[in-house]
Every structure is written in structure tokens, then in C-alpha cells.
Design a protein around this ligand. Structure first.
Ligand SMILES: *Cc1c(COP(=O)(O)O)cnc(C)c1O
Length: 429
């Protein structure tokens, strides 16, 4: 199968799509067609394990570029933690995606991308650049840690990530280098773009690790099939609510749907960075600078994967509306929801999961029909401890996996916003 750029006719094979990350014309790679799963896949899906589902789905995208035995091992390693479907109340379920090493769903995509890139790089050294405002960087660091042949450079803004987030970026050592930039996240991202485009660095095989890489989307589709498998015996329609920022997670759900997964609807749930819900309402897409919120992993004013969704729906808002509804919520509503759900059902949502929960409730109000609603719980509540404790007025426990970072020693190299200095460091290390 070929992969083409959303901005042109340029197409490549899967190896190039993964190693390049972004197409040369600035577009995002999409598969030339969406592979279809046979009816037999769904007939006994409830008897399959998550890695088995992952293998069958991945195989359709990767074809013979990775031998079956290697792909099986890769997927077993990536998915060595649970992704349970936990009842919240009535017909609402939480798909807990936060049981990986950094307690956020980004672990799934980053771990798969790390292993797939290493396999395709075939022993050639690579340099992976990641600009981060917090969470992406730690998932990428964890996902690539000790992956042979790959060095990772994390660019993060000094003083603009939480102390615990900083520890999750700077305490790995080995092949993970933390670059602390005396600037903003936008400066980090601009530096990363410049590094990726630099001719002098090209011969070092530099690539990017943000959500534009197709290798992150593919594994994120696995867990939609998995959630369906867990709920299939109830014979109800299924609605997924996705707390969205760059819309990678929702785009992965759309891939699953287009591959044949029976989904009744997707809810695009956002905070006040609501360009997609507004697009669904008005038909006009208007990117804006992002605003800060308590669900800060979704503070995105111009979601990169909108380009992929537009491609899937031929830039036709009517086609979006056939399968996606969008809602957005304020921080006050988010905190009140964390509290209400905790008090009424004992289930503790993180601020992102709370936004997804509200999306489901809102949709339910507007519908008569009965369905099972699945919210994607994208982070462990302890990752957003300040907001969560302030909402429920109680102290919460921090899992050992998270607090362990706090005890480790920070190692980072400080840089001004200076392209030449950053580039020299990346060349040498
Ligand atoms: C990144 C992130 C999101 C947003 O995911 P997208 O795929 O960018 O839409 C939501 N919640 C958490 C906790 C995240 O880290």
C-alpha cells in the first residue's frame, strides 16, 4: 500500500512515511485506501486479546514491511499494560488508556512509533526531535528509551512545564537528551521545525515524533476495536467520546470506523479551544491562537490532524456531521464534573476525561435512542493533581510510577532560543 500526502499527489511506501514523519510538501501521510476487515474478524472479536486485535489491524497497514513474527513481538511489547473498559454508571464506560509508563494514552502511539522506526531504520542511526509543552515529550521519551540506533532530543520551555512533568522529561539519560529552552513552547516548536528542515542535519537522518506521524495513529485505532469487543455482548449501539486537542485520537477512531468497526457516533469533546465543534456547527474552519485551560493537553488552536479528517471526508462538512458531533466546555464545567461524577459514582475522572464525559451526557440529552457511551480516559487523574484535588476537595494518591520520577535527578542542557547552538549540540551528541 502507498501512503500519500494530504497536500499533493506525492506518495511513498510505509517505511518512508514513518521515517519522514511529515511529507516534503508539509502535508500529512494517509493510506492510499482504508483497508477493510473481514466480517469474520468481528464475529469472534470478543475472544481476541488486545495484542491479537492489534496484530490483525496493523498487518493491514504495514503489509509485509514487517515480518509477522517481528510485528507480533513489537505489539506484545507495546501493549504490555491493560486498557480496561470500566463502568462509570448506567450506560457510560471509561476506556482507561492511562496504564502505560507515563500514565497517558500517548504511550500507546509513542511506544509503537519508537519500535517501528527502529525496525525501518535498519541499523542506521537516527535523530528524533520532539518539541513539547509537557505530556508528549514524556511519552516520546518513554517510547524511545533504549530503542537501539535512535537518539531523542526533547525541546521544552524553561519554567513552563510543571515540576513533575519536567522530571518526566529530564531524568531518562541514555539515548534521551533534554534541551531546556529559554523561551516559550512556540519557540521550541519553531526551533524543531527549523531543525527538521535544515540541510546540514539531513545527512544525520533527523525526524519528528509528534502526532503527525502515521505510526502513532495506527496503534491508536486498536483500542476502539478492543472496547467494542468488551461491550459487544450487550448488543447496544456504541458512541465514543474523545477529549481532543490535535485530533489524532479521534482520527484513529475514524480509521477504525472506516475499516468496518460498528460505531454509531463519535463525539469531538473539547475545552474552549473549540475550532472543531465550531466547524461542525458553522461549516467554517477558523484556526485561532490557543487558550490555556485545566485540560491543557487539549489547548490547541489549529489541530494538526484536521487535515487528515478533511481528507477522509473530502472537505465536506456534511460528511463530518454524519458521524461526528462536537461539544465544548469551560474549566468551571470540567471541575464541577470531576466533582459530581466522583461524588455520585465514586469514579475519579481527570480533566480531559471529564470533558469527554460531558460530551456524552450532552449528546444523550439530544437523543432518544439507547446506546453505550465510551469516554476515552486519556490520563491518570494524578497527572493533573492540582485541578483534581481542587475539584473534589480531597487529597488523592499518586501512583508509584509517577512519584518515582520526582525522586530522580534532572539532567538537561540549557539553551537560549538560538538555532545554531541547538543545532551544534544535536550534531555532536
Ligand atoms: C494529547 C492529549 C489529548 C489530546 O489528544 P489528541 O490526539 O491530540 O486529540 C487528550 N488528553 C490527554 C491527556 C493528552 O495527553
Amino acid at each position: 500500500m502507498k501512503y500519500y500526502s494530504t497536500r499533493g499527489k506525492h506518495s511513498v511506501n510505509i517505511q518512508e512515511a514513518v521515517l519522514n514523519g511529515l511529507a516534503d510538501d508539509g502535508g500529512l501521510y494517509m493510506p492510499a485506501y482504508i483497508p477493510q476487515l473481514p466480517a469474520s474478524f468481528f464475529e469472534n472479536i470478543e475472544n481476541k486479546s488486545l495484542p491479537e486485535i492489534g496484530f490483525e489491524v496493523a498487518k493491514l497497514f504495514l503489509e509485509d514491511s514487517v515480518p509477522d513474527k517481528v510485528l507480533k513481538e513489537m505489539i506484545d511489547e507495546v501493549l504490555n499494560f491493560d486498557i480496561p473498559v470500566v463502568p462509570v454508571h448506567n450506560n457510560i464506560y471509561s476506556l482507561e488508556l492511562f496504564h502505560g509508563p507515563t500514565l497517558a494514552f500517548k504511550d500507546v502511539g509513542a511506544r509503537f512509533m519508537g519500535r517501528l522506526m527502529s525496525y525501518y531504520a535498519d541499523g542506521n542511526a537516527m535523530k528524533v526531535i520532539a518539541a513539547t509543552s509537557g505530556d508528549t515529550g514524556s511519552a516520546v521519551a518513554a517510547g524511545f528509551y533504549n530503542v537501539p540506533g535512535i537518539n531523542v532530543y526533547i525541546l521544552y520551555p524553561k519554567g513552563k512545564v510543571s515540576p513533575l512533568q519536567e522530571k518526566q522529561l529530564t531524568t531518562w539519560g541514555g539515548n534521551i537528551k533534554a534541551l531546556e529552552i529559554e523561551g516559550t513552547f512556540d519557540d521550541c516548536q519553531a526551533l524543531a521545525k527549523q531543525l527538521l528542515a535544515d540541510e546540514g542535519l539531513q545527512k544525520h537522518q533527523v525526524t519528528s515524533a509528534n502526532s503527525i506521524n502515521i505510526a502513532r495513529l495506527i496503534p491508536q485505532s486498536f483500542y476502539y476495536f478492543w472496547a467494542y469487543a468488551q461491550l459487544k455482548k450487550e448488543h447496544k449501539k456504541i458512541v465514543f467520546s474523545i477529549p481532543s486537542g490535535n485530533f489524532g485520537n479521534l482520527t484513529a477512531g475514524l480509521l477504525a470506523y472506516k475499516m468496518g468497526l460498528p460505531v454509531n457516533r463519535f463525539i469531538a469533546s473539547t475545552n474552549i479551544n473549540n475550532v472543531v465543534p465550531q466547524y461542525l456547527e458553522s461549516g467554517t474552519y477558523e484556526a485561532r491562537p490557543s487558550l490555556s485551560t485545566v485540560s491543557n493537553a487539549m489547548d490547541v488552536g489549529n489541530p494538526s490532524n484536521f487535515e487528515r479528517m478533511n481528507d477522509l471526508f473530502q472537505e465536506d462538512v456534511a460528511k463530518f456531521r454524519e458521524i461526528i458531533s462536537g461539544y465544548y466546555f469551560t474549566d468551571e464545567e470540567t471541575k464541577a464534573t470531576v466533582q459530581k461524577v466522583y461524588k455520585e459514582s465514586g469514579y475519579l475522572l481527570d480533566p480531559h476525561g471529564a470533558v469527554a464525559y460531558m460530551g456524552l451526557v450532552q449528546y444523550q440529552k439530544e437523543q432518544q435512542e439507547d446506546f453505550n457511551g465510551v469516554l476515552l480516559e486519556t490520563a491518570h487523574p494524578a497527572k493533573f493533581i492540582e485541578t483534581v484535588e481542587e475539584s473534589i476537595l480531597e487529597k488523592i494518591e499518586v501512583p508509584e510510577k509517577l512519584s518515582a520520577f520526582g525522586k530522580k535527578e534532572k539532567v538537561a542542557t540549557l539553551f537560549p532560543v538560538d538555532f545554531q547552538q541547538v543545532k551544534a549540540f544535536i550534531k555532536q551528541h
